[in-house]
Write a new protein. Structure first.
Length: 258
């Protein structure tokens, strides 16, 4: 049933987005121009040095592709999250009380942006193509470790997005959370070694979303596969916090329904 609703939601949202082709593709072109400009700046910086804190331009480029892929995945569900917390903040939650669907499904998938998801698939495909043509996968197990870490940090990023949006409930004003979240996650462009070992360990547990694109590349190019095992700890912590918050909202909605 949920899969059927999800497919219908994707089709309807796709038709809705295609009604405003100029706006969407204009936004996409500007976003790509911004990414190209960012890459150009770092290309100039790395032209003066082969590496920075053990981070080469190739490491940065791969990390950048991971970041873009994750960012488009987050943008796929961002409207759904924003709409839910916007309604919750303003008290307009009657639509959620009337829908006979699981709350987590509504929160994540009610306003999906299918074109953003398509773009994330394109960038993920290009990421793997770039890795393969440069022979960066040393073995099948190495491929599995990288892919698993990529999935882990996608989950961490989604949970962080949900948790971060929920902070709007505790603020006096309805803040544009997505703007702040995007700039916080851009900290992942900083080479992990630049933090120092102790700070890196602290961020790894308390703020893993800042390392969402650098840790998979650490595993890929620096063969630090042990980081994958440790990554499950912050992932489960983020999942538990997200589930707790979601259950709190379910109780809140039931109290309004009564």
């Amino acid at each position: 049933m949920y899969l059927k609703i999800l497919l219908k939601t994707l089709i309807l949202n796709l038709k809705s987005q295609m009604d405003y082709k100029v706006n969407f593709f204009g936004d996409f072109i500007l976003t790509i121009c911004y990414y190209i400009f960012t890459i150009s700046i770092f290309k100039i910086i790395f032209s003066y040095s082969n590496s920075f804190k053990g981070w080469t331009f190739q490491d940065f480029y791969l990390s950048f592709l991971v970041f873009i892929s994750i960012n488009f995945i987050l943008e796929t569900i961002s409207d759904s999250l924003y709409e839910f917390f916007e309604n919750l903040f303003s008290g307009k939650i009657d639509t959620y009380l009337c829908k006979p669907l699981n709350l987590s499904f509504i929160v994540l998938f009610s306003y999906l942006q299918p074109l953003k998801f398509i773009f994330s698939i394109i960038f993920i495909s290009y990421l793997y193509y770039y890795i393969i043509i440069n022979n960066l996968f040393l073995s099948i197990s190495h491929t599995i470790f990288f892919s698993a870490s990529f999935i882990v940090y996608i989950i961490i990023s989604i949970c962080f997005t949900f948790i971060f949006h929920s902070l709007n409930i505790f603020s006096d004003k309805n803040l544009y959370i997505g703007y702040y979240q995007y700039h916080i996650m851009q900290l992942c462009f900083i080479p992990p070694n630049a933090y120092g070992q102790n700070i890196f360990k602290f961020l790894f547990i308390t703020a893993p979303f800042i390392l969402c694109s650098s840790v998979p590349i650490f595993i890929l190019t620096h063969q630090k596969t042990y980081l994958l095992y440790y990554s499950f700890i912050p992932m489960f912590i983020m999942i538990i916090i997200s589930i707790y918050i979601l259950k709190s909202y379910k109780k809140l909605l039931k109290s309004f329904g009564g």
